[in-house]
Design a protein around this ligand. Structure first.
Ligand SMILES: NC(=O)c1ccc[n+]([C@@H]2O[C@H](COP(=O)([O-])OP(=O)(O)OC[C@H]3O[C@@H](n4cnc5c(N)ncnc54)[C@H](OP(=O)(O)O)[C@@H]3O)[C@@H](O)[C@H]2O)c1
Length: 373
């Protein structure tokens, strides 16, 4: 039987320790908390004494907010989210506390892998449009285009750095003590910033983890990074990292997770939840392998999407985000795709929808090792 998480503390926005399980959305206290407080937009941030909810609605063609609805004291009232086909506006992104850090982070962010291969102007517009829509978690890496993706992100966020929850990654073969410090400096330079919000080890490598984590902690102390995390770490790797670093140091684990690859649900996701470590789901659309609308599962997805007046991709993101500790980072180099993805934050799947999707896209057996791209 899954253990249902205790409610979030409304004062701190944090969950008490040791939350585990996959909880249906209707019983999920984190989801119900979303309906009460959108603290990212509360003056003073998450710990503001007087909580306000602000829903900013953005016109399709511009960045300027046209309407802000402010409600006092978090009344229990459905958000005026605009679900349906003929929506002239896009509701602003929702944020949730990023695990033990408590930092409000957009539930849907933006990936940047291979972006440097796409039309540059459109790609920059896409990232900026994403920021307009609150998709402020931007994920990049020194590996992507050998630094070209970081340069592109730097250009896109120039003058808007404070809006962004900026994440980059060090390659395992660079992740020695000195190598990590050097790699971080180079990433900062390419990104045109003096700090990262999140710095990840891209995958487990041969360099002793102690060295990498030592470097991460020094970077935190020097104000070069706010938090550090891991990527492609399975449970045994995470156990090792936890033994080295202790609780409330690992800010996230970024792993492969999409409709047709749900392996993390077996053990990794429950382990992360138990330690209040959020999971960042990469390749949430299967990295180019999105289910065909003609396949049996794709038809089921299409039916659920139609019932919500949503697109299949929006339903896919909503499905992954059904778990309170999962954040997604779809990559989109086309502004229309970014807008489509942003709207997924307004799609609330029912327990029945989720059951049907779990049947259409079965979990399968636990693989011997963590799947990764
Ligand atoms: N830590 C790791 O090891 C790791 C590994 C892989 C990926 N990642 C991260 O995760 C991010 C996302 O994964 P990904 O890039 O592999 O792939 P993805 O997000 O699963 O899929 C990207 C593809 O979906 C298309 N797309 C996006 N939104 C769409 C929409 N609304 N309608 C139709 N098509 C849409 C994109 O097209 P357009 O670009 O043309 O818009 C692109 O072709 C990466 O960019 C990267 O930041 C991390």
């Amino acid at each position: 039987m899954p253990t249902v998480a205790p409610p979030l503390c409304l004062a701190s926005g944090r969950r008490p320790h040791a939350f585990r399980s996959t909880v249906p959305p209707s019983q999920d206290p984190r989801r119900s908390n979303e309906r009460h407080c959108d603290s990212a937009f509360a003056p003073g941030g998450i710990d503001a004494p007087q909580r306000l909810r602000s829903l900013t609605v953005i016109p399709r063609d511009g960045a300027a907010a046209t309407h802000t609805a402010v409600q006092h004291s978090c009344p229990v009232r459905p958000l005026p989210l605009l679900i349906g086909k003929a929506r002239p506006y896009i509701a602003r992104m929702r944020t949730l506390p990023f695990g033990w850090t408590g930092r409000p982070v957009a539930i849907i962010g933006q990936g940047t892998w291979q972006m440097e291969k796409d039309d540059r102007a459109a790609t920059i517009r896409s990232i900026q449009r994403g920021l307009d829509l609150g998709m402020t978690h931007i994920d990049t890496a020194e590996m992507y285009g050998s630094g070209a993706a970081e340069r592109l992100v730097g250009e896109a966020i120039a003058g808007r750095r404070d809006e962004v929850f900026l994440a980059s990654k060090v390659l395992p073969h660079n992740a020695s003590l000195q190598g990590t410090l050097r790699a971080c400096e180079q990433s900062l330079k390419r990104l045109g910033t003096d700090r990262l919000d999140l710095y990840l080890l891209h995958w487990p490598g041969a360099i002793p983890l102690e060295e990498t984590l030592d470097a991460f902690e020094r970077l935190v102390q020097d104000g070069k990074i706010r938090y550090w995390g891991l990527s492609n770490f399975d449970v045994d790797d995470l156990e090792r990292a936890l033994r080295i670093a202790g609780e409330e140091r690992i800010a996230c684990n970024q792993v492969l997770y999409h409709l047709e690859e749900r392996a993390i649900e077996h053990a990794l996701l429950p382990w992360c939840s138990a330690h209040q470590i959020p999971v960042v789901a990469y390749s949430p659309f299967g990295s180019g392998g999105f289910p065909s609308p003609d396949s049996r599962a794709g038809k089921q997805l299409g039916t659920i999407a139609a019932a919500h007046g949503a697109t299949p991709r929006q339903v896919a993101l909503a499905f992954l985000g059904r778990h309170p500790d999962v954040f997604t980072i779809p990559k989109a180099s086309q502004p229309a795709h970014v807008e489509d993805n942003a709207r997924a934050a307004a799609v609330m799947l029912s327990d029945d929808d989720i059951r049907h999707l779990e049947v259409a896209f079965p979990l399968g057996m636990r693989p011997a090792s963590l799947p990764m791209i």
